[in-house]
Design a protein around this ligand. Structure first.
Ligand code: FE2
Length: 384
């Protein structure tokens, strides 16, 4: 038996943001929205378009534009205070994972007593909410619009912890990603690749998530370089936005595993972007998991369009997948940890989160301290 999920309605297509108001009005009958975003999204003119569309549909808007990367419990408490004071009836996260996750967490405070640190835990819990959440992604990576996961930084413990929240509607407009800087296009696209490849190789994988994840991998392999090298290529941006959403659908039900645990270790230690960290961790993760999931690593290799003889062992397939990810990273000019100035000793410290995170329990091979150290070492040594 396995569980599969359909999260919420998604309106998808170029120009969809200009219809945000009518979608929110039709689906949720909302009258007053809190828009949650960061200053960069406002500077890109995206907030103006969203607010204009909402107001045209008769929805009043309150704005909270102080989201930061890897949003903290303090950011969510401030947004929650504003939402309660203004008595909004919908919360709209506009931006990358940080804004969407902050919006999800804010909704908790509308119907549960704060502060938010009571709900964001090392072992995430489900929290019921009554005020609906709408997600408007502006990157093609996190897939947060397709998941119930909100990742918030617990400043007191310096942990990137999660909470599960219902979401109600997503509006995915691929044109919004055309203004992303090149490195963010690469990092977020590789984050989506990590979601897809990790959930196919997790110990709770199922046919439903594999359907979406493998389709997402094919789209990323076929389109990420074009989206990176030709930022205004709406066709490539559209394929990447769909891939990120589908990878989100896939990992929403089966979770990522040790790759994201190691990535969280890098976020905590180096404060490097989440997608960058996921890219660094993915090759060694696939190598490590492969022997335990021969059928699934074959699906990942095929979706990555790696030429195969059919004679490869699972371990060989894992290495081929790792090499293909490293080759993709080089083509996208993703710098190594060494190039960013980190020493091997510093990188080895990332292993601690790698074996202690709850995410690693979804790895098909148990993640011991020694294994996590070896993965961290390979991450540093094999991509310089
Ligand atoms: Fe991720």
């Amino acid at each position: 038996m396995f569980r599969y999920m359909q999260n919420c309605p998604v309106y998808f297509g170029a120009g969809a943001i200009d219809h945000l108001g009518e979608y929110v009005s039709e689906q949720l009958s909302s009258k007053k929205a809190l828009c949650v975003y960061d200053p960069g999204i406002e500077a890109a003119g995206i907030v103006d378009r969203a607010v204009k569309s909402l107001q045209a549909a008769g929805i009043a808007c309150v704005c909270f534009g102080q989201v930061v990367s890897d949003p903290t419990i303090g950011v969510v408490d401030a947004a929650g205070e504003l939402a309660l004071r203004e008595q909004v009836d919908v919360i709209i996260g506009i931006g990358g994972g940080s804004s969407m996750d902050a919006a999800k967490a804010t909704s908790i405070l509308m119907s549960n007593p704060g502060p938010i640190k009571k709900y964001v835990l090392a072992h995430p819990i489900n929290v019921d909410t009554k005020v609906p959440v709408v997600s408007v992604p502006t990157t093609a990576g996190t897939g947060s619009e397709a998941t119930r996961v909100a990742i918030i930084t617990q400043t007191e413990t310096n942990g990137k912890w999660s909470v599960f929240v219902n979401t109600d509607l997503a509006v995915v407009d691929p044109e919004l990603t055309c203004t992303l800087p090149k490195d963010e296009t690469a990092f977020t696209g590789l984050d989506a690749l990590s979601h897809a490849a990790e959930c196919v190789t997790s110990n709770v994988t199922n046919p439903h998530n594999q359907l979406f994840a493998c389709a997402a991998i094919r789209k990323i392999v076929d389109n990420l370089y074009t989206a990176w090298s030709e930022p205004d290529n709406v066709a490539a941006r559209t394929e990447m936005a769909m891939a990120a959403d589908w990878a989100g659908i896939a990992f929403a039900e089966t979770m990522c595993h040790v790759g994201h645990a190691l990535a969280d270790g890098m976020s905590i230690q180096f404060h490097t972007p989440h997608g960058y960290n996921c890219a660094q961790a993915l090759p060694v993760t696939l190598e490590y998991a492969a022997p335990a999931v021969p059928a699934e690593i074959l699906k990942v290799a095929e979706a990555m369009r790696i030429p195969l003889t059919g004679e490869e062992t699972a371990a060989e397939l894992g290495r081929l997948c790792a090499d293909a990810v490293w080759a993709m990273m080089r083509k996208l000019e993703v710098k190594s940890l060494k190039e960013l100035g980190y020493s091997r000793e510093e990188v080895l410290k990332v292993a601690e989160e790698g074996y202690q995170s709850h995410l690693s329990t979804y790895c098909p091979v148990p993640v011991t301290k020694e294994a996590a150290l070896q993965m961290a070492a390979r991450m540093y040594d094999n991509y310089q």
